[in-house]
Design a protein around this ligand. Structure first.
Ligand code: GN1
Ligand code: MG
Length: 361
């Protein structure tokens, strides 16, 4: 580890390296020095089986963070280091280091005095909605061709359904027999869930730069409990606004956990859904009527897509997501599927909420 750290332009002599148990993909560590006031850092080993073009990925992050910093500077904002991630370069001015074993590493400045949530109140959801609406407005003018797709077809539901069909056909882990009912449930919804992808292809839903992983815990709050920084910028790419709206709702407007072992805990939290929608629509003033019309479908679609992804990984023998026990991907699948069923029951109300909030604008 020492050899890795010496590659980067760090201001602090690191005396402690703490692994963090966050995320399903990369490995993360907090680096601190002896003095509590020393600048601390967030080190990550990038999963390059998943992010195959690390240079392109890091370049995306640089473009987005530079863009945000410039906008904040122009607006006279002072505490920009609390609001935008800052990558640390290596001594040869690169944004990552590849070690002798072929691992890719990167370091951010650690944003101190912040916290994230796994579950929030409607008041915080309203603030979070404004934060994401503002974020979308700030990045809406980044020319689309500047960013690469760090994972091709990442939020393309048609592609995800095809991956599931392939997993079913090959059944590599022999897990199909007892889970066939889930295949049937998911495939019968495929047409409805692929509609936004078709509208995007036909140019009816515009492509916009999205974060594509707006899980509730990717938003940092400061010690006054105000949203301050959106983190985990690995999947910033062109998608439709349904992506970011939907993924937030999938994680925050769920009364249970993403992998809740008790399905009875899982339901749509409409108060959170409404508060976030209100905040988001107050700030995301660029949305077209078509985007507004399909926004609520985004919540179902992202839950559906996540169910499909966890399930395909289960059928493939757990090759993508980190798991904590052998049935974890199945547990995640049925928990996300239960959320989808609850969203289906409440879908009319969810649509009405978007309508009402967009009228108040
Ligand atoms: C993964 O690693 P993490 O937790 O940031 C995944 C997301 C999923 C999420 C499900 C690159 O994100 O797409 O929504 O797990 N990221 C990637 O919790 O696949
Ligand atoms: Mg992520």
């Amino acid at each position: 580890m020492e050899k890795i750290l010496t590659q980067f332009k760090l201001k602090t002599k690191i005396t402690d390296i703490k692994p963090l148990k966050i995320g399903h993909i990369n490995d993360s560590f907090i680096l601190t020095g002896e003095n509590p006031n020393d600048e601390s850092y967030f080190l990550q080993r990038i999963n390059h089986n998943i992010f195959k073009d690390v240079e392109g990925l890091q370049n995306n992050i640089r473009i987005v963070t530079d863009h945000l910093r410039k906008k904040y500077r122009e607006a006279g904002v002072t505490n920009i280091e609390q609001k935008v991630l800052q990558l640390i370069e290596t001594k040869d001015n690169k944004l990552f280091y590849k070690d002798d074993e072929g691992n890719y590493w990167r370091i951010y400045v650690n944003i101190v005095n912040t916290h994230s949530y796994e579950a929030i109140t409607p008041e915080l959801a309203y603030e979070a909605g404004k934060a994401y609406g503002n974020f979308h407005c700030m990045i809406v003018d980044i020319p689309a061709n500047q960013l690469i797709d760090s994972i091709p077809d990442f939020h393309n539901v048609e592609f995800r359904v095809q991956q599931l069909k392939d997993a079913v056909k090959e059944n590599p882990a022999g897990r199909l027999e007892k889970t066939q009912w889930m295949v049937d449930e998911l495939l019968k919804r495929a047409d409805e869930m692929c509609l936004p992808q078709r509208l995007y292809r036909e140019g009816k839903l515009p492509g916009r730069i999205n974060h594509c992983d707006t899980k509730i815990n990717n938003l940092l709050f400061n010690d006054k409990d105000e949203p301050c920084c959106i983190v985990d910028l690995d999947t910033m790419m062109i998608s439709t606004v349904l992506s970011d709206f939907g993924d937030f709702m999938r994680t925050a407007a769920n009364t249970g956990a993403e992998d809740d072992p008790n399905l009875d805990n899982i339901d749509v939290n409409l108060a959170i859904y409404e508060a976030y929608t209100k905040g988001y629509l107050e700030k995301a003033t660029f949305l077209t009527d078509t985007e507004l019309e399909y926004l609520a479908l985004g919540a179902k679609m992202l839950t559906y897509m996540q169910t499909v992804r966890f399930f395909a990984d289960y059928l493939n023998g757990d090759t993508y997501y980190k798991i904590q026990h052998p049935e974890h991907n199945w547990q995640r699948t049925i928990a996300q599927f239960r959320l989808l069923e609850q969203q289906e029951k409440k879908f009319e109300i969810m649509q009405q909420i978007v309508k009402n909030c967009s009228k108040d604008k």
